[in-house]
Design a protein around this ligand. Structure first.
Ligand code: WT7
Length: 657
């Protein structure tokens, strides 16, 4: 790892933006100066790019840290900003969504059409008793109705909780219960990897056998027909979208809501077993999502065709599919399926078909394209691309160079964007028309954002050194809390640097001699698999929930394709071993078990059956040592282990397998 880091930090290649790009860029060097001179005034200016039913007079209220209020006395309607105002400005015929289904069916949805649909859905929500502040769970494939559902919930001032369609019924149930959702919006199924992947059955399962769970909060399930798969129906509870939405009125006047009205909850893994419901509100969130989408992606809404490949189940899909681009009046591609279905050139076919100019994806996807080889994209015309973006995990310089040369025609600027579910929007990134790009570094804080790299005591480490990444000033799209758990919010993000008042991101970072930031991965028990955040503890508790497992330890091991991979070490119960002579097949069963409990993304790459786990004298599992084993390295310092022999036993058991 450390030699890898040294290698990264000696990266000397620099790429200035093409002159024509720089000349026409939305984000200019002047933004840094303006923000430095008056940070709050700068954000107030950005907020005024939105439509406010009631203009705000106060920018930031930080009188009760870490609970921020931005633009608090202002009122706006988030959906109005993403829809009606573009129609009223005469842009109703502009295409909002260039939707492409996985099997190749497609739909173009204009701003006028999307506005009409959202107004109808908003009326349906009201008829179903959804009021401002109520929670609505959304469990959907990547279809236009998913975007419409989010916007309709926002339009009536309610709060959505989008649950990624790849999550299991159990994960869905936990999220529905935690938020107390009154309504679930779903589809029968959607296309994934060449077949229909069912969704409604998981909703049924999540809502059945509530057992000792909280009082059933869900009153209705609104179902889009997409997959055509057979589903069960609960009369009185379930409603077809295609029956109720077209029948509803398309008259709906957007009401103003306070800037701090909750907009959404999005669950993300933390260091404990229970996912955290990250809460975002309206005015500040939309301000920063829209601003960053303009300046980082260099969005020219009249001419660009933008494509962010993220699913709406992740924060990237919230900020850079739904809210940022639509607030800016962009035309964007929305793709339902997987990038290699039905053929490995599917993404390039889509770029060619729609003339995509801005492409935003994750390093894990780039690495998988690299593996297939450049001859695949070479068969398509990708010359429309003029900007590339990366998000979710560090991008290695090799992948960066491939991205630029194969997809970017050797000259498209690349923006490596660092942010989190909690930050709501991009925080660290180049401005593509200004910054000289450096492969592998996310580079610098955006205008209006204050970031530092500090030591354990909160002191700045200075250029040339490594430490912990902190955000030193509040920002408009910051999380406002963890749903239902203010103490956990304070404890998780603010307690570590309490005296400085810094937000602790959980990432390690280094500053190079130019002051550019290099992200070094999580410093806590959180893994990053294909740019998705997974908690070691959450997977461990799923494993010990299996009848065979007495104890489990999970680590994230370096993986060429996915960045990190889940590797589990399990101690099997004596009682299970006496009952089952053979443990053959158990490894496969445990992998499948985790996928079923949490979702396919959490399925361990490897499961090792061991007789013991390495523990300190106080009983804490030493995951660092297991990571050494999982990554095939010599095991590090074992002197704090209660039993120093245990690691050689484990190493023996792992290699025997
Ligand atoms: C964690 C946040 C941001 C939306 C997708 C992930 C890692 C994110 C980068 C980047 C290095 C990155 C961090 C962060 N991360 N972007 N450009 N370079 N690391 O959102 O699931 O909330 O995860 O992803 O470790 O803390 P998330």
């Amino acid at each position: 790892m450390s030699s890898q880091i040294d290698h990264l930090l000696t990266e000397t290649r620099r790429f200035a933006p093409p002159a024509a790009f720089a000349a026409a860029a939305v984000g200019t060097a002047e933004l840094y100066e303006r923000a430095a001179a008056d940070r709050e005034g700068f954000w107030a200016d950005q907020a005024r790019e939105l439509h406010w039913h009631t203009p705000f007079t106060q920018t930031l209220d930080w009188s009760n840290p870490p609970f921020a209020k931005w633009f608090d006395d202002g009122e706006l309607n988030v959906a109005y900003n993403c829809l009606d105002r573009h129609v009223e400005a005469g842009n109703g015929d502009r295409v909002a969504l260039l939707w492409e289904g996985e099997p190749g069916d497609d739909r173009r949805v204009t701003y006028a059409e999307l506005t009409d649909e959202v107004k109808r859905v908003a009326n349906v929500l009201t008829e179903l008793g959804i009021e401002a502040g109520d929670r609505v769970a959304i469990y959907m494939p990547m279809i236009p109705e998913a975007v419409a559902a989010m916007l309709a919930v926002a339009r009536v001032g309610a709060v959505h909780s989008v649950v990624f369609g790849g999550f299991s019924a159990d994960s869905l149930r936990t999220r529905i219960d935690d938020a107390g959702a009154k309504l679930v919006i779903t589809a029968d199924g959607g296309y994934r990897k060449g077949k229909v992947s069912p969704l409604k059955p998981a909703v049924d399962q999540a809502l059945a056998d509530r057992g000792s769970g909280p009082q059933q909060s869900v009153e209705h399930v609104l179902v889009v027909r997409r997959g055509g798969n057979d589903i069960e129906w609960t009369d009185g509870r379930d409603l077809w979208w295609h029956e109720v939405v077209p029948a509803a009125s398309a008259e709906h006047e957007a009401q103003p809501f306070p800037a701090e009205n909750p907009l959404f909850i999005l669950y993300t893994s933390g260091t404990t077993g229970k996912p955290k419901g990250i809460l975002h509100t309206s005015g500040g969130y939309l301000t920063q999502a829209a601003f960053t989408n303009r300046v980082v992606h260099d969005l020219h809404p009249e001419t660009d065709v933008y494509w962010c490949t993220a699913d709406i189940g992740w924060v990237t899909g919230h900020s850079y599919v739904t809210y940022g681009p639509l607030a800016n009046g962009a035309t964007q591609v929305l793709y339902e399926g997987t990038p290699d279905t039905p053929h490995p050139g599917r993404s390039w076919e889509i770029i060619q078909k729609y003339g995509v100019t801005i492409y935003y994806t994750a390093p894990t996807a780039i690495r998988s394209f690299m593996k297939v080889g450049r001859q695949v994209p070479a068969e398509f015309d990708l010359s429309s691309i003029r900007l590339l973006g990366s998000v979710g995990e560090p991008i290695n310089p090799e992948a960066w160079m491939w991205y630029r040369s194969v997809l970017g025609g050797g000259e498209a600027p690349i923006v490596d964007t660092w942010w989190q579910t909690e930050t709501g929007a991009i925080m660290i990134s180049a401005l593509p028309g200004v910054t000289e790009a450096k492969p592998g570094s996310a580079q610098v804080a955006l205008p209006g954002i204050s970031i530092d790299v500090v030591d354990e005591n909160g002191g700045p480490v200075g250029e040339g050194n490594g430490g912990l990444l902190v955000i030193t000033e509040p920002w408009p799209s910051m999380l406002r809390g963890i749903w239902g758990d203010p103490d956990r919010f304070v404890e998780t993000y603010w307690a570590k640097f309490d005296s400085q008042g810094y937000y602790f991101a959980g990432d390690g970072a280094r500053l190079d001699d130019d002051g550019d930031i290099w992200l070094m991965g999580r410093v806590d028990d959180v893994m990053n698999v294909s740019g998705h955040r997974l908690s070691t503890t959450e997977i461990e508790s799923a494993l010990v929930g299996n009848e065979a497992v007495a104890e489990a330890a999970v680590v994230g091991a370096a993986d060429e394709a996915t960045g990190q991979a889940v590797v589990a070490f399990c101690v099997i119960k004596q009682s299970y071993m006496t009952k089952h002579e053979e443990l053959d097949g158990l490894v496969g069963e445990l992998r499948a078990w985790v996928a079923q409990q949490i979702g396919a993304i959490a399925r361990p790459r490897d499961v090792y059956l061991v007789t013991e786990l390495p523990k300190t004298r106080s009983g804490k599992i030493m995951r660092r040592l297991l990571r050494d084993v999982a990554e095939g390295r010599e095991v590090g310092d074992t002197t704090t282990l209660a039993d120093t022999m245990v690691m050689s036993t484990i190493s023996g058991q792992v290699t025997k397998k």
